[in-house]
Structures are given as C-alpha cells and as structure tokens.
Design a protein around this ligand. Structure first.
Ligand code: HEC
Length: 196
C-alpha cells in the first residue's frame, strides 16, 4: 500500500518535472496570461511552440499577456501585415479578404463569432479551423500572426459598430482600407520592416 503511494507520488513529481521542462520557451515569456483555445476543439494551445522568434517585442508580450492589440492603427505594423497576409492568406481569402475558397474576412459575418476578438482570430490562425483552413503556426510566429490580424482588421468594410475588436475611441477614428493605399518602408512605429 505504502509502496504504491510512494510510486504514485514519484510519478506525479516526475510528470510535473517533465511538464515544466516542456514549458521552457524557445524565446520570450514562458507563460501567457491569455488562454488561446483551438477554434474547433476548444483545446488549449501553446504559443511557445511553432515558428521560432517573434515573442519578445512589447507589442506581442502585451498581446499574449492581455489580449490587447497595440498595433491596431500603427502604419508600420499594417505595412508588415499586408505583406504577410498576401503571402499566407489571400490565395484563399482574397486580396481584400472579400472571400474566395475561404470565407470573406472583411464583413460582419463570422462562421465562428470568436473571431470578432483578436484573441479568437489569433487562435484560428494559430490552430486552424475546418478543412482547408490549416494551422499557420509553422509559417507565422506570434508577432507575424498579430501583424496579419492588424491588417485583416484594416480591411474590414462592415458597419463600424460591429467592429467588436475596436475600443469606443478606435471606432471614432476608424478608417477602412482604400484601394491602392500602401504603407511604405519608412513608416515609423512599433514594427520593424520585415526581413527580405
Ligand atoms: C488553403 C486555403 C486557406 C488558406 C491559405 C487560409 N485559409 Fe482561412 N479558411 C479557409 C477555409 C476553407 C475556411 C473555412 C473553414 C471553416 O469554416 O472551418 C477558412 C476560415 C478562416 C477563418 C474563419 C472565418 C469565420 O468566418 O469565422 C479565419 C478567421 C481565417 N480562415 C483566417 C485565415 C488567415 C488569417 C489566413 C492566413 C494566415 C488563412 N485563413 C489562410 C481557407 C484558407
């Protein structure tokens, strides 16, 4: 009886050791304040796994801790986000997120209403959804995913009152994307130009 109890204790200790070893990040913070859950299964996802890098800027640390997207109207981040979106997403969702093989992301209809928050949208990017919507945590690191989110929010053309991801203040100033608008390499802000 005693032996079993000790064996049990031992295995509990061992497994907690193993978990803490696994939880060691590749870079940046080891814990996130926000719980990211897979859009389909609801399983908790780790943001310290997947594509390396992009975990130590103030912007991404704030997002992983609090869910607040500090990039939302920063032109340097919009510039990066456009480029990343065009590489990873527009083939299926359309150049302006108007929808193609995948649904439109620029209107106020969401298959998964969780995508109306940036934490929810991050979760869909990180862990995927159904069918062709695979996980993107191998081609985008958290920082890049947040920049993509920022660009998608900028492409939104629906009623501003339905833009759940904006604060009341941001709603007042919201200006959606205008065709042909570009943000140059020289835009100063929180996001460094992407490496070429
Ligand atoms: C290979 C095609 C493909 C690519 C690439 C792709 N998606 Fe998708 N996406 C889809 C399909 C198909 C769906 C519908 C899946 C579903 O309903 O579960 C979808 C669904 C979504 C949804 C859910 C929309 C809603 O109405 O709730 C979001 C958000 C999304 N994709 C974002 C992205 C982003 C951001 C990228 C780039 C990082 C991306 N997708 C790349 C095909 C794709």
């Amino acid at each position: 009886m005693k032996v079993t109890a000790y064996a049990l204790l031992g295995s509990v200790l061992l497994s907690s050791l193993a978990t803490s070893a696994l939880a060691q990040p590749q870079a940046g913070p080891s814990t996130t304040g926000v719980e990211f859950r897979n859009t389909i299964t609801g399983e908790i996802m780790k943001t310290d796994e997947g594509k390396p890098g992009g975990r130590d800027s103030e912007g991404i640390k704030t997002f992983l801790q609090t869910g607040v997207n500090k990039y939302i109207d920063d032109k340097s981040c919009l510039r990066n986000g456009e480029s990343l979106y065009l590489t990873s997403c527009s083939g299926c969702h359309g150049h302006l997120a108007e929808g193609k093989v995948g649904p439109g992301l620029n209107d106020n209809y969401w298959t998964y209403p969780s995508n109306t928050t940036d934490v929810g949208l991050f979760s869909t990017i990180w862990g995927g959804a159904n069918g062709m919507m695979g996980p993107h945590n191998e081609d985008l690191n958290p920082e890049e995913a947040l920049q993509v989110i920022t660009w998608i929010r900028h492409l939104y053309t629906g009623p501003t009152q339905d833009a759940v991801w904006l604060t009341a203040e941001q709603k007042k100033n919201y200006e959606p994307y205008k065709e042909g608008q570009h943000f140059s390499k020289d835009e100063k802000g929180q996001c460094k130009p992407l490496e070429e």
